[in-house]
Design a protein around this ligand. Structure first.
Ligand code: B1M
Length: 223
């Protein structure tokens, strides 16, 4: 197996690898393995694009596919996404040097008044896994802050998450703020209480029920 194939395998099996090593040391071990394989692949002349597409992203695509088919749980996706992030962080300087364009650029956050971020983080990680550049504004984000960042960073997609029925109206305000600024970014919303019907009513460009569909949606919105 080539180093890139091993990297893909590592992302796909990150949960099993971490299970083999108990405790905090397991994350460090995964990090070492990811970095060793990336270094080896680069040293033997594999283009960065291939390390990224055929290693990290290919592995994560399979994990997302298994999650969509309910073959694995969110916890396993999170472990794979964490391994993926370790690889992306390590590879980032090389990606910048190689001038590789991201699949798309998006800004994401949890709406004002809402502190729930587990689902939003999962969506952000999966988007990164799919090659997107993600600007994560965190939680309790004001509608105008989404709009301002969308404009200043020229993003293609603005993703807003809400977990409380009381904070959902902030999503409509965000869409309004984006339109008022004349920003052309597409909007996607999600979170447990959010529905397609709600998205249609407030004029969002898309709604995704889970992190895997959010990636497909974002890809579709910028296609
Ligand atoms: Co809160 N909470 N909580 N809470 N909390 C809920 C949401 C609630 C349904 C629990 C309940 O009563 N049954 C309820 C909301 C009721 C309502 O509004 N209808 C509730 C409440 C009331 C509250 C407080 C008000 C409680 C209090 O203090 N009295 C308070 C509010 C604080 C605030 O935000 N201002 C509060 C606080 C908290 C904790 C801090 C303790 C903690 C959050 C920790 C954190 O996020 N860092 C917490 C948690 C953990 C939950 C539950 C139990 C779990 C949420 C979660 O993380 N799910 C939740 C109950 C529930 O949802 N069943 C609950 C796992 C996560 C992976 O799923 O976030 O749905 P989810 O994300 C999914 C999809 O929705 C989608 O993809 C994700 C992955 O598949 N998705 C998107 C999410 N965002 C997306 C964006 C997209 C696309 C898809 O595009 C941009």
């Amino acid at each position: 197996m080539t180093n890139v194939e091993q990297l893909k395998e590592l992302i796909m099996r990150a949960d099993e690898i971490e299970e083999e090593i108990e405790g905090e040391g397991s994350k460090a071990a995964t990090k070492r393995k990811v970095e060793r394989l990336i270094t080896a692949a680069c040293e033997e002349g594999t283009p960065i694009r291939n390390v990224l597409d055929d290693g990290l992203i290919a592995g994560m695509d399979i994990v997302v596919d298994r999650f969509k088919k309910s073959e694995i749980y969110i916890s396993e996706v999170l472990i794979a996404a964490r391994a993926m992030k370790m690889g992306m962080d390590f590879l980032e300087p090389e990606i910048i040097k190689a001038g590789i364009e991201p699949a798309g650029k998006c800004v994401i956050g949890t709406i004002e008044g809402d502190l729930h971020d587990i689902g939003k983080n999962l969506v952000a990680m999966m988007l990164k896994g799919a090659g997107f550049k993600v600007i994560d504004l965190g939680v309790d984000v004001k509608p105008d802050d989404f709009a301002e960042k969308a404009e200043s960073e020229s993003v293609q997609v603005v993703g807003v998450s809400a977990l409380l029925t009381t904070t959902m109206p902030g999503m409509e305000k965000t869409i309004k703020a984006i339109k008022e600024r004349g920003v052309s970014a597409r909007t996607m919303i999600g979170g447990a209480p959010v529905t397609q019907d709600y998205a249609d009513r407030i004029g969002a460009d898309g709604y995704a029920a889970d992190a895997a569909s959010a990636v497909d949606l974002a890809k579709g919105l910028i296609a």
